[in-house]
Design a protein around this ligand. Structure first.
Ligand code: SF4
Length: 234
């Protein structure tokens, strides 16, 4: 077996082995996809220095592709940025739409909530990968319906879905609770979901757990009987 054939992802350096089985892609963490010109200039300068290709990803990051293994440390040092959690069994960067900070259709401040979730959960290790998306209105530009935990703002509050995913066996999330009035309450509910899921011995995506339990039983277990009976926070 040649050395190239034995190469693998290097999670500690946020490095994903590429199709050539020789070079790596890295992706700096860009919370919510909100960035600034200085950060983008730095990414461009480093890409030029190390001859890296750039790809804007579906996770609202910029992948820097073609890095040599021996240059990974120097690249991260030059970037002076943290890796995005793009591989492994952990919470990926939270997908966030512009919300009331920019979008004329927004009802609730998805950027504020999404960035809070990102600060709490990004890279947290769990039984499987977990994706979250927060959208500021029912148009759901952050694809909240196919996230493990998806959150959507509407006129009566926040709606929280659980158990969605894309991938080879796509699954729509199911409504866990609706009309949640505050970001704090959303954070409390998400914490309960994550706490419950942490102990899942089967290590599948959370959608598998929801499917096996049924959403009613899942809701009752995670939120308690009263919330389960009401089916909503209000
Ligand atoms: S989900 Fe709604 S608020 Fe967010 S970007 Fe789309 S249209 Fe705007």
């Amino acid at each position: 077996m040649t050395e190239a054939m034995t190469k693998k992802d290097i999670p500690t350096k946020g490095a994903i082995l590429q199709r050539d089985r020789e070079t790596y892609a890295i992706a700096p963490h860009i919370p919510g996809g909100f960035t600034d010109t200085a950060t983008l200039r730095k990414i461009c300068d480093v890409a030029d220095k190390y001859n890296l290709a750039l790809k804007i990803t579906s996770a609202q990051r910029i992948a820097m592709i073609g890095a040599k293994e021996e240059e990974l440390d120097a690249i991260w040092s030059d970037l002076a940025q943290n890796p995005g959690a793009a591989i492994g069994l952990c919470v990926r960067s939270v997908k966030v739409c512009p919300g009331t900070q920019h979008c004329k259709r927004a009802v609730l401040d998805s950027a504020s909530l999404g960035l809070k979730l990102d600060r709490i959960y990004h890279a947290m290790e769990l039984p499987n990968k977990m994706k979250m998306g927060v959208s500021g209105c029912l148009l759901s530009c952050s694809e909240s319906g196919v996230k493990d935990i998806g959150i959507v703002g509407h006129n009566k509050g926040w709606r929280i879905f659980v158990g969605g995913n894309a991938g080879p066996r796509p699954r729509l999330g199911e409504m866990l609770v609706d009309n949640v009035q505050s970001e704090e309450e959303v954070l409390e509910i998400v914490a309960k979901v994550v706490d419950f899921y942490k102990n899942d011995p089967q290590q599948g995506r959370i959608g598998k757990l929801v499917e096996e339990m049924g959403i009613e039983a899942f809701r009752a277990k995670v939120l308690g009987t009263a919330a389960a009976a009401a089916g909503s926070a209000k």
